[in-house]
Design a protein around this ligand. Structure first.
Ligand SMILES: Cc1cc2nc3c(=O)[nH]c(=O)nc-3n(C[C@H](O)[C@H](O)[C@H](O)COP(=O)(O)O)c2cc1C
Length: 320
């Protein structure tokens, strides 16, 4: 991690610079949700003529990334057949065409996960309406601006970006047994977002001064991990596998980076990590612990509307 010496202020500056430029209108003009000229440009679209409506065979595609099911729950609420970004990456499927395309992702230190970022870089999305929903648990800070900046770099122009407060699965700071007791009005807020998207509302959630300030304190605590170019973590440094491991293989199947393997009847992990914590939360024996410590090593979380098998299917890099 060569950027480790970068100062917090520099990080915030880098993260905010392009967003600020966008606010001032100094960014190059972006062209709808697409990257090449023959694609339809959402910002150019006028009220649709019936012939236009036939142009897309599919009404809506929702792409998602999830560690503990929050984003899968949101994606399932917006689409009957959401598409897993880890599976799309594995299969090299980057071209999608529909009337409406959406990305649902968890906020990691104000940013989308690395895999979402990489997917967006390669994606070719043809649509009339491009939307994103970012889930988070406590401090969203300047996430919407950061996401817009990244999308802009990859030629994607979003019509709608909203955040949704859900259970915070960040184990270093939160006790899951406490988190699940908080009433975050998830379904009420999700219904409002769904209504917006169903009516193709154009809206980019603003970032308040207070959120910018909260972002500053967030970076005081997480320096070195969440840098402007993404999340920096290595599985072998973050996770300790205790002798409670019974080699059930759930970690092998649930890791979207394929970082786990079973060796001599014990799970072993190494490699560049998304830090989604899917492995830690899903281990039925709580055998995977955070090496640097956590708020409550005995409490784990999975969105109650999502099965472990669904997250495994979404993330598994070993299935054909
Ligand atoms: C590595 C990591 C970083 C996170 N950073 C933030 C953050 O900066 N702000 C926040 O409010 N929540 C943060 N969270 C919480 C998640 O965004 C939140 O729990 C999300 O809904 C999880 O979605 P999932 O269940 O689909 O994985 C973080 C979680 C992880 C694992």
């Amino acid at each position: 991690m060569t950027e480790k010496n970068i100062s917090r202020r520099t990080v915030l500056k880098l993260m905010g610079a392009v967003a600020g430029a966008a606010a001032l209108g100094t960014l190059p003009q972006l062209t709808g949700c697409h990257k090449n000229e023959q694609d339809v440009r959402s910002s150019d679209v006028q009220p649709e003529a019936p012939s236009d409506a036939k142009a897309f065979a599919t009404k809506r595609i929702v792409l998602f990334f999830t560690g503990t099911g929050n984003c899968l729950y949101v994606a399932k609420s917006l689409s009957d057949a959401p598409v897993s970004i880890p599976q799309a990456m594995k299969k090299g499927e980057f071209e999608y065409e529909a009337e409406e395309i959406g990305i649902v992702y968890p906020i990691y230190g104000q940013m989308p996960p690395n895999m979402v970022r990489k997917f967006m870089k390669q994606a070719k999305l043809k649509c009339r309406y491009l939307f994103a929903v970012a889930t988070y648990g406590n401090v969203k800070g300047g996430s919407v601006e950061v996401f817009q900046r990244i999308a802009g770099e990859y030629g994607l122009k979003f019509d709608y970006i909203a955040t949704l407060l859900m259970v915070d699965n960040w184990l270093p700071m939160y006790d899951m047994s406490e988190q699940v007791k908080l009433d975050k009005k998830i379904d009420e807020n999700l219904a409002a977002i769904k209504a917006d998207i169903d009516t193709n509302k154009k809206y980019i959630e603003p970032v308040s001064d207070e959120e910018h300030q909260k972002a500053e304190s967030l970076y005081q605590r997480t320096e070195g991990i969440f840098l402007p170019d993404g999340v920096h973590a290595k599985a072998e440094e973050w996770f300790t596998i205790t002798d409670r491991c019974i080699s059930c293989g759930i970690c092998v199947r649930i890791c979207p980076r394929s970082n786990y393997r079973i060796e001599v009847e014990q799970a072993v992990t190494s490699g560049e990590c998304e830090l989604c914590l899917a492995c830690v939360h899903a281990c039925p024996h709580k055998a995977i612990q955070l090496t640097k410590g956590e708020k409550n090593p005995n409490a784990r979380f999975r969105n109650p509307n999502v099965k472990s098998s669904e997250i495994q299917r979404a993330n598994n890099q070993h299935q054909s």
